[in-house]
Design a protein around this ligand. Structure first.
Ligand code: 13P
Ligand code: ZN
Length: 274
């Protein structure tokens, strides 16, 4: 028995491989964190090696103090995760103040959690609070079409949400709350972590201008599915804009969006309609 035989670790690794196969993780691009359930921590504990030293995050989130997270390593390639989990991913424990992590498994030979761990951690705090603890996954990727949109559309939640909702009929069902947009910021620090987590109070997903996308969800399937749906819609948007040379003959109108919401029993973020 190895730690990679434990279902949650296996499922986490599978999601990394799936993201790589989609082309969303060039080089070390993107990162994935999962907030572990107590029974998952206990299943993994026999394999714990550390603990390493406490390292401050530069952000504080008291609500998830003491929790354990699976995380990808900084500078590590999603492409390599399945081949060599111990060197590319790890488990970190958060301290009692909620402002530092220490490695308890993996990230071997001096590796560290993703440079975006502050953003992930603050997003986890906000999404867990907003969903009564249901949300456990934060996923950051570099999907090309969505990034392309950030060069063309105004960087507002309204512009991005409407463009994406109108690009595929399923979109308003998958993300009825819409998406937030963070303007261009230096990645990897406390400032972008706070800006993103502020948006995550309202949205399941936040666009990072000229960089990528953050998605949140209760499990790997839902979170991967959200990334996939948004990027597919972005691809359709880019194709339609290119084919029509910026002019659309028709689209999904607001009344159509309302009809979808009614039929599927979801509540659309009204401020993006009309
Ligand atoms: P890491 O390799 O530190 O996870 O950084 C990748 C990335 O996408 C930064 O935004
Ligand atoms: Zn990135």
């Amino acid at each position: 028995m190895a730690i990679t035989d434990i279902k949650i670790v296996r499922d986490y690794i599978r999601m990394c491989s799936d993201g790589w196969e989609q082309g969303w993780h060039e080089r070390n691009g993107g990162n994935l964190t999962y907030r572990m359930r107590p029974e998952e921590v206990e299943a993994c504990r026999p394999f714990f090696t550390g603990p390493g030293a406490w390292t401050e995050m530069g952000v504080t989130g008291a609500s998830l103090a003491g929790e354990y997270f699976l995380t990808t390593g900084s500078g590590k390639y999603f492409r390599n995760v399945a081949l060599n989990p111990e060197h590319n991913i790890g488990i970190v424990e958060i301290n009692g103040r909620g402002d530092a992590w220490r490695i308890v498994w993996g990230l071997a030979d001096g590796a560290k959690p993703t440079s975006e761990f502050p953003s992930h951690y603050m997003n986890h705090c906000v999404r867990a609070a907003a969903t009564n603890g249901a949300y456990r996954v934060i996923y950051h990727a570099h999907p090309a079409n969505l990034i392309a949109m950030t060069y063309v559309l105004p960087l507002t939640a309204r512009d991005f949400t409407r463009a994406l909702w109108q690009s595929a009929t399923e979109c308003p069902v998958v993300f009825p709350g819409g998406v937030g947009v963070v303007p261009w910021m230096v990645p990897g620090g406390a400032d972008i972590a706070m800006a993103t987590s502020e948006l995550m109070k309202e949205f399941d997903a936040a666009v990072w201008a000229h960089h990528g996308l953050f998605c949140s969800g209760p499990d790997f399937d839902t979170t991967f599915g959200l990334m996939h749906t948004i990027e597919k819609a972005a691809q359709i948007w880019v194709l339609a804009q290119s084919a029509g040379q910026g002019r659309l003959r028709q689209t999904i109108e607001d009344d159509n969006l309302r009809a979808i919401a009614k039929e599927f029993g979801v509540t659309l973020n009204e401020k993006f309609l009309g």
